[in-house]
Design a protein around this ligand. Structure first.
Ligand SMILES: Cc1cc2nc3c(=O)[nH]c(=O)nc-3n(C[C@H](O)[C@H](O)[C@H](O)COP(=O)(O)OP(=O)(O)OC[C@H]3O[C@@H](n4cnc5c(N)ncnc54)[C@H](O)[C@@H]3O)c2cc1C
Ligand SMILES: NC(=O)c1ccc[n+]([C@@H]2O[C@H](COP(=O)([O-])OP(=O)(O)OC[C@H]3O[C@@H](n4cnc5c(N)ncnc54)[C@H](O)[C@@H]3O)[C@@H](O)[C@H]2O)c1
Length: 486
C-alpha cells in the first residue's frame, strides 16, 4: 500500500473523544505536547450522552422520593407520584440534549484539536480520518497514537432477538417514553440500574438474569437488590436463560425462557455486557483481530498476539477498549497516567511504571471502585472475598449489619444494609470493601483511600468516624474483626 502523506502532524493523536480520550489529550497538552482527537459521533462519548450521566439522572428523582418516604413526616409531606415527563426532561438536560457544543468548547480551551470523522490506523503513527462527507485527511503523530474508542452494547445470539428491535442501554438511557411492560435480559450493572429506574417510572419490569444479580460483586449485594426490586413490584428471575424472542402482530414481545416459560413485554432491553469498538480501526495492519479487546501492558502499550507491543513505542490503548475496568473514572485514571507518560517520554524521561508509580495504573488491579445506583445502592472497591481467595491470598472476611449503626437508623426508618471488609490476613491491610444500603455511595471513598494507602488495620482504629454517621460502620467492622491480629 502507499503510505499516505500527512495533512497535519501532532505529537499525539487520540482516536475517540470519550472521557478517556479527552483526558489523555488534555494531559499530553498540559505536558507541553500538541494533540489532536478524532471523534466520529459526539465529543464526550458514551458516558455523557448514553451511559453514566443520563442513567443517573433517570434514577435520582426516585432516590430522593424514596428517601423522603422512608421518614414519617417527610413521607407525609410528599404525597404525589413521580412525573415521568419531568424526570425525562431533567435527563435530557444532563445529556446536554445530545449536543456536544459544550464539550467542543472545552477541547478548544484545553488546546486540543478536534478532527471530526472516523479514525483508522493506516500506517505507523498515522491515522486517516474520514468525515461524514466521505473526505479523508491524514494525521501523523510524532510520539503516540492512543486508541480510546470505548465499547458498545453486546447483543447475544438469541434466536429472534435481533428481529424484535431490542433496546440497548442507549435506547434506555435516551428513552422518551416509559414502556408499560419492560423485560430486561442481563442482571449486571445496567440491568439492575435500569430495572430500578424504569420500575420507579411506572413500568412493570421483568429482570431476567442467567446468574445471580451483580455476579461480579459480593453475593449479598445482588441478593439485597433482588429483594428490593421484588418488593417494589418487579419480577426478578435468576438462573434463567432466554431461548427465543419474537414480536407478535399486536407489537408484544414474547421471550421464551429455557424452561418453557413465556415473558410478555412491550420492549426488551438487552443488558448483557459490552463489545470492543475495534472493528474498523485498521488493527489488521498490526496483526490484531478487529473486534477484539486490546490487551495492554503496564504502560498501556497495545500488545500483539505474541504478547509483544504491536506498535512499539507509539501505540497505546486506554479506557473501556482495553477491558481492564469498564468505568469512566478508571478510564480517566488510566488517561492521566498515560498522557503524563507520553509527555515524559517526549521529554526524554523514563516513565515511573512501578506499583503505584506516577505513570502506572495499579488501581486497575487492586482498587477499582464502583457504585451501582440501584435501590439499595451498592458501593464496592478492591477485591471480593472470592476474588482474593481465588488469587491465593489468605483473607479474613468481616460482615456487619448496616441497619444497626445509629447513623443509619436515624437516616431512614427501617434502614436495611450490610457491609463487608476483606482483609489480607498476612499483611493486615484492607483488600476489599462492599457496602449495600440506601445512600451509601459517598461512603466508598474512605475504603478506597484505605486500600490504596495500604493503611494497616491497627492504624484504622485511630480513624474515628463521627457520631452519629453511617460511617460508624467502620468502627463496627473493626470491632467485629477484633484488635489482636499481628
Ligand atoms: C448504561 C451505562 C451506564 C453507565 N454508568 C456508569 C457510571 O455510572 N459510572 C461509570 O463510571 N461508568 C459507567 N458506565 C461505563 C462508562 O460509560 C464507560 O466506562 C465509559 O464511557 C468509557 O469511556 P471511554 O472514553 O473509554 O469510551 P467511550 O465513552 O465509549 O468513548 C469512546 C468514543 O470513541 C468514539 N469512537 C469509537 N471508534 C471511533 C473511531 N474509529 N473513530 C472516531 N471515533 C471513534 C466513540 O464515538 C466515542 O465517543 C456506564 C455504561 C453504560 C453502558
Ligand atoms: N454505575 C456504574 O458504575 C455502571 C452502570 C452501568 C454500566 N456500567 C459498566 O458498563 C459495563 C456494561 O454493563 P452491563 O450490565 O451490560 O454488563 P455486566 O458485565 O455488568 O453484566 C452483564 C450481565 O449479562 C449476563 N449475560 C451475558 N450474556 C447473557 C445472555 N446471553 N443471556 C442472559 N444474560 C447474559 C452476564 O452474566 C452478566 O450478568 C459494565 O462493565 C459496568 O461496569 C457501570
Amino acid at each position: 500500500m502507499t503510505i499516505p502523506t500527512p495533512d497535519t502532524v501532532y505529537d499525539v493523536v487520540v482516536i475517540g473523544a470519550g472521557p478517556t480520550g479527552e483526558n489523555v489529550a488534555d494531559r499530553a497538552v498540559q505536558g507541553g505536547l500538541t494533540a489532536a482527537i478524532v471523534e466520529h459521533e459526539l465529543v464526550g462519548g458514551e458516558c455523557s450522552y448514553w451511559a453514566c450521566m443520563p442513567t443517573k439522572a433517570l434514577l435520582r428523582d426516585a432516590a430522593a422520593l424514596r428517601a423522603a418516604r422512608d421518614l414519617p413526616a417527610a413521607g407525609r409531606a410528599v404525597r404525589g407520584e413521580l412525573d415521568p415527563a419531568a424526570v425525562l426532561g431533567r435527563r435530557d438536560r444532563f445529556a446536554a440534549d445530545w449536543n456536544d457544543a459544550g464539550q467542543v468548547d472545552w477541547l478548544e480551551q484545553a488546546g486540543i484539536t478536534l478532527l471530526r470523522g472516523h479514525g483508522r490506523i493506516v500506517d505507523t503513527r498515522t491515522v486517516a480520518v474520514t468525515g461524514a462527507d466521505g473526505a479523508t485527511t491524514v494525521a501523523r503523530a510524532r510520539h503516540a497514537v492512543v486508541v480510546a474508542t470505548g465499547s458498545s452494547a453486546r447483543i447475544p445470539a438469541v434466536p429472534g432477538l435481533a428481529g424484535v428491535a431490542p433496546w440497548t442501554s442507549r435506547d434506555a438511557a435516551s428513552a422518551h417514553h416509559v414502556p408499560q411492560r419492560l423485560a430486561i435480559i442481563g442482571g449486571g450493572v445496567v440491568g439492575t440500574e435500569m430495572a430500578t429506574a424504569f420500575g420507579a417510572l411506572g413500568a412493570q419490569v421483568t429482570l431476567l438474569s442467567r446468574t445471580r444479580l451483580l455476579p461480579g460483586m459480593e453475593p449479598f449485594a445482588g441478593e439485597r437488590v433482588a429483594d428490593a426490586l421484588r418488593t417494589a413490584g418487579a419480577s426478578v428471575l435468576v438462573d434463567t436463560e432466554v431461548a427465543a424472542a419474537r414480536r407478535d402482530d399486536t407489537g408484544t414481545v414474547r421471550l421464551t425462557l429455557a424452561d418453557g416459560r413465556i415473558v410478555a413485554a412491550d420492549e426488551v432491553l438487552v443488558a448483557t455486557g459490552r463489545t470492543a469498538n475495534t472493528k474498523d480501526l485498521g488493527l489488521d495492519l498490526l496483526g490484531l483481530v478487529p473486534g477484539d479487546w486490546l490487551a495492554v501492558d503496564d504502560a498501556l502499550a497495545v500488545l500483539g498476539r505474541d504478547g509483544t507491543p504491536a506498535g512499539p513505542g507509539w501505540l497505546y490503548a486506554a479506557g473501556d477498549v482495553n477491558h481492564r475496568a469498564l468505568l469512566t473514572h478508571q478510564g480517566k485514571y488510566q488517561a492521566r497516567a498515560l498522557g503524563d507518560a507520553i509527555a515524559a517520554r517526549a521529554r526524554g524521561d523514563r516513565p515511573d511504571l512501578g506499583a503505584w508509580g506516577r505513570h502506572a495504573s495499579t488501581a486497575d488491579e487492586r482498587a477499582v471502585s464502583q457504585v451501582v445506583f440501584s435501590d439499595p445502592e451498592v458501593a464496592s472497591v478492591g477485591l471480593t472475598a472470592a476474588a482474593a481467595s481465588g488469587a491465593g491470598i489468605p483473607v479474613r472476611v468481616v460482615d456487619h449489619d448496616l441497619g444497626s449503626v445509629a447513623g443509619a437508623a436515624l437516616h431512614a426508618d427501617g434502614y436495611g444494609g450490610q457491609a463487608r471488609m476483606v482483609i489480607d490476613a498476612r499483611r493486615n491491610v484492607l483488600l476489599g470493601f462492599t457496602v449495600v444500603g440506601p445512600d451509601v455511595a459517598e461512603l466508598l471513598h474512605a475504603a478506597t483511600i484505605a486500600i490504596v494507602g495500604e493503611v494497616p488495620l491497627d492504624r484504622l482504629w485511630h480513624a474515628v468516624p463521627a457520631y452519629p454517621t453511617i460511617s460508624e460502620i467502620w468502627l463496627r467492622l473493626l470491632e467485629a474483626d477484633g484488635r489482636d491480629h499481628h
